[in-house]
Design a protein around this ligand. Sequence first.
Ligand code: FEO
Length: 169
Amino acid sequence: MASEKLNEALNMQLKEELKSAYLYWAMAADFEAKNQKGFAGWFKAQAGEEMIHVMKIYGFLYERLSKAELPALEKPQASWSSPLEAFEAALKHEKFITGCIHSLYKQAKDLGDYAGEVFLQWFVNEQVEEEANADEVVQKLQTLGNQPMALYLLDKELGARKPPFSLQG
Ligand code: FEO
């Protein structure tokens, strides 16, 4: 049976996913301003992924005959000193989100909310990919250091990442 307690916790996670989208959008905006369009594109695609996470939780709440609460969001950080600093912050953030998902999953299990448990399994797996994606770029940036040509090529490479949906009309 759908637990009201889990619905409340899912609403809190909805806020975390929105904050994730907002954070990555802020990173994209910073790279855009610095004319590093590839890094910006990577973070725009990531912000799109986060909106998919938001909408999955949103939809699930209504399937459970509950209601989504849309929260107020704080202004995110506006600039990062280097691509490495931004991607390290993104990886740290994903690790935090993994912790949130794991505690939600445990809560669903403890409450005997089987539908919630199955739903959250998708997020458990998704977080493995989310951390791996950010970690891959952190490792590349650590290897390349601050060499302008290497950063130029990596910016180009990351720009190939496709967004999960188009925001163009
Ligand atoms: Fe929705 Fe990147 O975790």
